[in-house]
Design a protein around this ligand. Structure first.
Ligand SMILES: [Zn+2]
Length: 469
């Protein structure tokens, strides 16, 4: 053998050794070698599939905005039922969910003095209307909700409270929770301090001039005042004017209406399992959206990518356990679809072997984690191994919190998972008119589908079922 051949041969032996090492690493008590090969094939198929893109394009174009109780919401339910059927799901059904219905007619705002100019504003969900000509008053600024809470009673008497808290940008979206307090109950606290109106800096990381809407609440016994948010650029402007020390007067005009109880539907579809049909993997997103944009990131992408992942996960044949996709209703108004689902399905929640909701945009999934019984951790780590080539890190903390619609499931200790998307840019677009299809990257969407398909296939076909804590 010449030297060149020897080195080629040792190269081959080395390659074969490392191949064996890789295979050995991927071998598991929970999956056959054939199944692990199928996972690889599904992954590759998903990375080349435009199924999810076609779905989110169709939903955001042919249906558009889907605020609970609106004609768009109704059209979305019909859209989802039809798509599931076309895609070949074995069972497709709907379950009703009720919620307090609210609609927006119009909104505008302006600085009246000392430097008249328009403000880009949106009403927060559930806000009351102002009088026809709006409400006009002097602005009093606070930096945080806590600062407002600590202010003396009547500190804001006759004024419009402005909270100027800016949320921080982070991959895991940790700035949202603290910022959303001012959206959820800022108008209540402002009214308790004597305010006649409430406006906040948007819950947003953006530098554009869109205002971000979102849910807000009133409290029994506290006067209802208008609840609104202005864009970050306008919040900066208002802050600069207030800082000059002269009284700043603004006018807010919101026309909206609470319409009593509305009804929508969770849309549910399933690929039935062969051996344990009652056991099921549950994935999904929420079908409703706010009315300002077309809900591409929130949550058209989550809807589309979980539908597509379920389809790809059964491309190797009927799964051992069922794979169920749930498209929750009326999430934006307060998880009403999820609450109705838990109530209607309480007896069968113990049949969930793995649950994950996608509701954080359409950027790449960067992390995977579980919230399961310790005995299922080896299986979870097998799944994590197969996600690694997709750039998904295994956090292995076993304390995952999944999407918002799975919050009502928590007390039932179902095996929950987080397939965490990179949310660095999510709050630039979230709940704005700018949440449109062009913000979805088809390539990143495919990576999401591949990750969910790996997850659904493996949880549905494992030798033993995953158990909750
Ligand atoms: Zn959402």
């Amino acid at each position: 053998m010449n030297n060149r051949f020897t080195s080629m041969l040792s190269g081959l032996i080395f390659a074969s050794l490392s191949f064996n090492a890789a295979t050995a690493h991927a071998q598991s008590d929970n999956f056959s070698t054939l199944q692990l090969a199928q996972v690889e094939q599904i992954k590759q198929q998903a990375l080349q599939s435009d199924l999810a893109w076609n779905l989110v394009e169709s939903l955001t174009t042919e249906v558009g905005p889907r605020m609970p109780g609106t004609p768009g919401d109704k059209a979305a339910v019909a859209w989802a039922v039809a798509k599931f059927k076309t895609m070949g799901f074995d069972k497709v059904w709907t379950e009703p969910a009720t919620f307090p219905k609210w609609i927006r007619y119009s909104e505008s705002a302006a600085i009246v003095s000392p430097a008249p100019q328009r403000l880009h504003i949106t009403a927060l969900g559930n806000s009351i209307s102002t009088p026809k000509d709006g409400i006009q008053a002097q602005v009093i600024e606070f930096q945080t909700l806590a600062e407002l809470e600590n202010a003396p009673d009547n500190a804001a008497k006759g004024k419009i409270v402005f909270i100027n808290y800016r949320m921080n940008r982070d991959r895991d979206g940790n700035g949202y929770g603290p910022a959303v307090q001012a959206r959820s109950r800022g108008a209540v606290v402002a009214a308790q301090k004597g305010a006649v109106g409430y406006v906040m800096r948007s819950v947003s990381t953006a530098y554009h001039r869109f205002a971000h809407t979102g849910g807000s609440h009133y409290k029994d016994g506290v006067t209802k005042i208008v609840a609104s948010a202005i864009s970050n650029a306008d919040a900066d402007q208002l802050h600069r004017l207030v800082a000059l020390g002269k009284p700043v007067t603004i006018n807010i005009n919101v026309q909206a209406k609470s319409m009593g109880e509305g009804t929508s539907y969770n849309v549910i579809a399933e690929f039935t399992g062969k051996e344990f049909p009652e056991q099921h993997v549950l994935i999904g997103g929420h079908l409703d959206s706010w009315d300002l944009g077309t809900g591409a990131l929130d949550d058209g992408a989550g809807v589309a990518l979980t539908m597509a992942a379920a389809k790809l996960a059964v491309s190797k044949g009927q799964p051992k356990r069922s794979i169920r996709v749930v498209l929750f209703a009326a999430e934006e108004f307060g998880l009403w679809g999820a609450k109705a689902y838990v109530k209607a399905n309480e007896q069968s929640l113990s049949n969930i072997v793995a649950a994950a909701e996608s509701d954080f945009g359409a950027d790449k999934i960067w992390a995977f984690d579980s919230n399961v019984h310790a005995s299922s951790l080896p299986l979870v780590s097998d799944i994590a191994v197969m996600m690694k080539s997709l750039g998904v890190e295994f956090l292995a903390k076993n304390s995952a919190r999944s999407g918002p619609d799975l919050i009502p499931f928590r007390k039932f200790n179902i095996p929950a998972f987080a397939l965490s998307q990179d949310g660095s840019d999510y709050f630039d677009y979230h709940h704005t008119a700018d949440d449109t299809l062009d913000k979805v990257d088809p390539k990143k969407l495919r990576q999401n589908v591949a990750t969910y398909a790996v997850f659904a296939f493996m949880a549905a076909n494992a030798k033993t079922r995953i158990m909750g804590k």
